[in-house]
Design a protein around this ligand. Structure first.
Ligand SMILES: Nc1ncnc2c1ncn2[C@@H]1O[C@H](COP(=O)(O)OP(=O)(O)OP(=O)(O)O)[C@@H](O)[C@H]1O
Ligand SMILES: [Mg+2]
Length: 355
């Protein structure tokens, strides 16, 4: 179902040639929008003084609606005599300027917490950098930012650049060939955890949009666990190119994965899902690297991907070294010959191919 906001967005394409090509929306001429199943009705406001372009603007509005609405939608436009109201100033909007040179923005998400989303995101970022790409990672987990610990950057003081408060930018931390910035880098311990709703959303957007990323091939976003309002706002406002979903293999995780997938498939945002990563696919003891124990079932992620019709990107084993690497701030993928390091490298290659 279409929304008024969406229609208002379309109508920004209709410009008033006699008013410096400002859109009819910016000029406050869109007096009313009614949407019902299969029909759109727009009312344009014109001042008492005759506007010679009235017919032209009604026609242009109709054409714009026909161009954007699904075929078969009933479209009508009428007018009222009313001094156009200048729209109320909008809440401060972040600019997308800092993402101008970023080629791919990939959300790393999961339906539920604790499945290894951050571990996968951090190792994937380092693996992509090892493959020669320019990579950044924004840790958008306001409730439990773990990237500073996982990268051993918790004591780093973030530099700021910029002329004044409004234009100050964070400078990400560079380590292991990746640019990192976490909510945890810019807040004191515990502070992030008490954020709610709009404040959390604003903090997230700052981390992503007020940061000097520079040119990047991949910017990964470690999303907070779950599928709430914060996620919807994040996906709506950050121009992500697509998403990767992380899961463990248990059959009961399917409904969580489905919720994660639907969050991106929602027609309002409609972002491609690059694929599913199965973490903790099997357990391998450090002392017996050839053994595999399928603690949570075998190939659960492969089956889920097939069921949900999304690509399968790869399996990461459950090994002590991955957990230790995370706790010590040295991502395991840096130890090139280990089988788990290779699993992350393969994952990176598969993602590059898919994207
Ligand atoms: N493949 C793995 N092998 C061993 N330990 C792992 C593996 N993946 C994750 N872990 C460990 O499991 C714990 C949870 O992982 P992580 O923090 O990455 O999950 P998350 O999904 O980001 O959690 P949250 O929902 O809290 O953000 C961490 O201690 C991590 O080191
Ligand atoms: Mg996490």
């Amino acid at each position: 179902m279409l929304t008024k906001t969406q229609i208002e967005q379309w109508l920004q394409q209709v410009q008033h040639p006699a008013k410096g090509d400002e859109s009819i929306v910016a000029l406050g001429m869109v007096s009313d929008i009614e949407v019902t199943e299969g029909s759109i009705h727009v009312t344009l406001a014109f001042p008492k003084r005759p506007d010679p372009l009235k017919n032209y603007l009604v026609g242009a509005t109709q054409a714009c609606l026909y161009r954007n609405a699904p075929g078969g939608t009933q479209i009508s436009v009428d007018t009222v005599v009313k001094d156009p109201a200048k729209p109320a100033p909008k809440a401060p909007q972040f600019s997308l300027e800092q993402l101008r040179e970023v080629r791919h923005i990939i959300g790393i998400a999961s339906g539920k917490g604790g499945v290894g989303k951050s571990t996968v995101a951090v190792n994937l970022a380092v693996a992509l950098a090892q493959e020669g790409y320019k990579v950044g990672l924004a840790d958008a987990d306001v409730y439990g930012p773990s990237v500073p610990t996982m990268t051993g950057t918790e004591d780093v003081t973030i530099e700021m650049v910029g002329a004044d408060d409004e234009h100050t930018l964070f400078v990400p931390v560079e380590k292991y060939g990746v640019k990192w910035l976490s909510v945890g880098h810019v807040t004191t311990e515990g502070q992030a955890l008490i954020w709610r709703g709009p404040m959390a959303s604003t903090a997230l957007k700052q981390i992503i949009l007020q940061t000097q990323w520079g040119p990047l091939d991949y910017l990964l976003i470690d999303m907070p666990p779950g599928t709430g309002d914060i996620h919807i706002s994040l996906i709506g406002d950050i121009p992500m190119t697509g998403a990767v979903i992380v899961t463990t293999p248990q059959e009961v995780a399917l409904s969580d994965v489905l919720r994660g997938v639907n969050m991106f498939r929602n027609p309002q945002v409609a972002k491609p899902i690059y694929g599913l990563v199965e973490n903790m696919a099997w357990f391998t003891p450090e002392a017996h690297p050839d053994e595999k124990y399928y603690l949570f079932g075998k190939d659960g992620g492969v089956h889920m991907a097939a069921k949900l019709d999304i690509p399968f990107l790869g399996q990461i084993p459950l090994v002590q070294g991955i957990r230790e690497g995370a706790d010590e701030g040295v991502p395991v993928v840096l130890n090139g010959d280990r089988p788990d390091a290779k699993a992350f490298l393969e994952l990176a290659r598969k993602l590059i191919e898919t994207v």
